[in-house]
Design a protein around this ligand. Structure first.
Ligand SMILES: [Zn+2]
Length: 170
């Protein structure tokens, strides 16, 4: 594991430079397990919530104001997630799990999958609503009536033709 000394983001050993910082920063191996590393960006109430959740799990955390970040919103002060929450590297995995537990972090890879199924479910739900049970019953009744009318038409029509043909020969 490597990390960026400026923004404290952690990276795999294969990564060469920090992609979070405005200027690519060199990465350093994490030798000291007490090194504070970036856990999540948050602000206001969310930052408080994460901080107390970590505290109750016995994980020390510190808040750092975001700096040198590529997000322009941070510079203009419109980014609500203006704080970096840092935890000791040794507690990172535990802290990550705590954040997943309280819904502050969505596990990697699952995010898109969950969103897609939500979208599909919503689309199905709309169709279901458009074709409500009452409407479906109405459609069934109308089809039944039409079927009876066609059947009647055929029978009466045949009778009329039979009568007409009979009339010709009498
Ligand atoms: Zn960085």
């Amino acid at each position: 594991m490597k990390y960026c000394k400026k923004c404290k983001h952690t990276y795999d050993d294969a990564q060469q430079a920090c992609t979070e910082c405005r200027k690519p920063q060199p990465l350093y191996p994490i030798d000291d397990h007490n090194t504070p590393v970036f856990l999540i960006a948050a602000g206001g109430f969310e930052a408080q919530r994460i901080h107390s959740a970590l505290e109750s799990a016995g994980i020390p955390s510190e808040c750092a104001t975001r700096k040198n970040n590529i997000s322009a919103d941070v510079v203009t002060g419109t980014d609500p997630n203006d704080k970096d929450i840092l935890v000791p590297f040794s507690a990172y995995q535990e802290a990550y799990d705590v954040c997943v537990g309280i819904g502050a972090i969505k596990p990697e890879g699952e995010e898109i999958k969950v969103d897609m199924s939500d979208v599909e479910q919503t689309a199905e739900g709309d169709e279901e609503e458009a074709m409500s049970p009452a409407k479906r019953t109405t459609v069934k009744i109308i089809s039944a009536i039409l079927l009876i009318l066609i059947a009647c038409g055929l029978i009466w029509g045949t009778d009329a033709i039979t009568g007409f043909i009979k009339g010709l020969f009498m």
